[in-house]
Every structure is written in C-alpha cells, then in structure tokens.
Ligand binder design. Structure first.
Ligand code: SF4
Length: 347
C-alpha cells in the first residue's frame, strides 16, 4: 500500500516525498477499454482562439477534431470538463479538414499556427483519427500555416509518410511522465509506451521535424521525484533534447473526481490531493481557474527538476499559463521568430 517516504540523498537537491506505487493489481485498478468511434459531421466553427493566445503575440488558433480522447489519462483536464461524455465513445468530426479550409479562405489572413489539439490527442491508436489529423495538416500547409502538435501517442507509418511533406511547417511535442511502465499504465493507460515515444522522437528529429519534449504533469511524490526524473532526463539527453517544458498537475472538481475514482484503489488519491487543500485557486487566462499546489512547493519542485536537467545539459521552461503566480518576463516567453520554438502546452 501507499506510504509517504522521505528520500533524502547526499549531494542532491532536496528530494520530493516519494509515494510508493503498489504493484498494480488489475482487479483493483480501474479497467480501461479502447473507445468506440462514431464519425459525425460537426456544425459550427472548427478554428478557435488558442488558450495560449494571451501568452503569445502571434495569431495562434486551435482545433479539436475529436470529441473525447482515446488515451484516458488519469490527470486529464479535458476528462474533467463538466460536459465530458465519458470514455466509451469518441466522436470524430469527419468534416474537420474541409471546414478548416473554408474558414481559412474566409479569414482576412491566415493565422501563424494552429495547435492540435487542446482536448484530444492527434495520434491515438486509431488510423481513422490519425488520417483526419493528417488531412487537417495538409489543409494548414496549403495556407502555409504551421501545425503545432502535442501527443502522448505514436504516429503510425502511413501518417508519418504523409507528414514528411510538410515537416518544415510542423512542430511536434512529445509529452512524457515516466519511464516506469507500472506508473505509466496508471497515469496514461492507453498512451503509447514511453520508450516508443522516445524512439519516435529521435526518428522524427532525424527526419528533420522540429521535435520537442515536455515532462507533464509533475505530480508530487509520483512524477516529480529524483528517481522518476533522472532516468527520463537521461533518455531525453541521449535523444538530443536540450530543452523541456513542464508544469505541475492542477485540480478542478472533475479532475479531482477522476483522480479519486482511479487512484483511490491504489491508495494514491489522498496523498496526491491533500497538499492542494493548502494551495491557491488561480485564474489561468482564457481557461477556467483551478487549484494548484502551494507556490513554494511548486517552486521547489521546478528547482529540483532544473538542477537535474542542468546536469544533463537540458534547460527547463516552466509553463507560464498554468503558473500564473510566477512572474515571467515577456522576453522569456517564446518569441514570434522562426525557427520553431519551445512551447508550453500544459493546460
Ligand atoms: S492524451 Fe491529452 S487529451 Fe488525451 S486523455 Fe491524455 S491528457 Fe487528456
């Protein structure tokens, strides 16, 4: 069962309290199944302002071409939305690419970039979803609009082959939590295995794509510990990554309910959520306010990650959107000049 353990280590930045993950008993863990996909034609607008718009000076839009997400991450903010329809079914908007083409034609000028996707993963284990992702990127490329992608998935060979044509207009960020298979199955049950994501990160970089990495969310005692971060950073350094973005988990009522339902059988919900009771509720620009870990605790966690990353030649960007109580000089934010930039997608 879960225990809180101090894990002080000589010569290291002070470690986080580490939560012991029990061996996951499939009878105690919430079972996950791949969802059923329903193709539908969506009415209304596809391109929306990006939640990052307040942080960036550029014209950045976003699109979700799927309602729901196949990955079912325990910590996901989208699964915690009040109107979330559940994990059993995804709705795939099969007219998304055509709708985006129409909307781009109607605009005065194209946006700089479109972010795929704030509330779903563009590369889940479904060929039909990956194919629609590619069709959207094809359309964006017609208008010379950059595609900014974030995934916990694996781009299938057929999709990758088609994306290569547009690699100068694509920036792809791989989000990671852990190399520990047991922990990954708890936190990101239907995401691609971490080593597969790392392998693809290297492959895409070698093919000339702009590739980045993000370690998120940091979860106190689970993913923010030395034992979790050091091997992950080692692998990222080996893959040639010299900058990562990061953000701590934040909590809203829906996220909390999911964490309690899915982590309580493992004895993890209470120790993860309790420290948030002392934390602030912070507004986050265009997205709903949420409860955060106390500022000092986040600061210590980010400092530990930065120290570990620096030992490996990796710089760390803390997400400004999800840490609005940290002052970030504007100049430290991504600048609107090419080449493609390190982005903080954690919201
Ligand atoms: S991949 Fe992203 S959108 Fe999908 S469940 Fe995980 S965190 Fe949510």
């Amino acid at each position: 069962m879960m225990m809180l353990k101090s894990a002080p280590r000589r010569g290291r930045a002070r470690s986080a309290q580490r939560l012991e993950l029990p061996v996951v008993d499939p009878h105690r863990a919430v079972s996950r199944r791949l969802p059923h996909i329903t193709p539908i034609e969506k009415r209304g607008q596809f391109l929306r302002p990006s939640p990052m718009a307040d942080l960036l000076e550029d014209d950045i839009l976003s699109v979700n071409h799927v309602s729901g997400c196949a990955m079912q991450c325990t910590f996901c903010y989208a699964r915690g939305y009040p109107g979330f329809a559940g994990d059993a079914e995804l709705q795939l908007y099969i007219n998304a690419a055509d709708g985006i083409r129409r909307e781009l034609r109607e605009r005065r000028g194209p946006p700089r970039a479109v972010y795929l996707c704030p509330s779903t993963d563009p590369f889940p284990p479904f060929s039909e979803i990956q194919a629609e992702t590619v069709r959207i990127i094809d359309v964006l490329a017609e208008f010379k609009v950059e595609s900014w992608l974030m995934t916990r998935g694996h781009v299938r060979p057929g999709a990758l082959q088609r994306l290569r044509r547009h690699r100068d207009l694509i920036q792809i960020t791989f989000a990671l939590t852990t190399l520990d298979r047991n922990l990954r199955r708890v936190l990101e049950p239907l995401a691609a295995p971490t080593r597969l994501r790392l392998r693809q990160l290297r492959e895409l970089r070698d093919l000339g794509f702009a590739v980045q990495a993000s370690i998120e969310p940091l979860i106190r005692g689970l993913t923010d510990t030395h034992d979790n971060l050091a091997p992950l950073l080692d692998e990222l350094a080996k893959a040639g990554i010299n900058r990562v973005s990061t953000a701590y988990l934040y909590v809203r009522p829906g996220i909390q309910q999911n964490l309690e339902r899915e982590l309580e059988p493992l004895g993890l919900a209470k120790p993860i959520l309790e420290p948030y009771q002392q934390g602030p509720i912070l507004p986050m620009g265009r997205i709903a306010a949420a409860r955060h870990l106390p500022r000092a605790e986040r600061q210590r966690g980010y400092a530990r990650l930065m120290a570990l990353a620096a030992e490996r030649g990796i710089a760390v960007n803390v997400c400004g959107l999800t840490n609005p109580d940290f002052s970030q000089p504007r100049a430290a934010l991504p600048q609107p000049s090419r080449p493609l930039r390190q982005l903080d997608f954690g919201y």
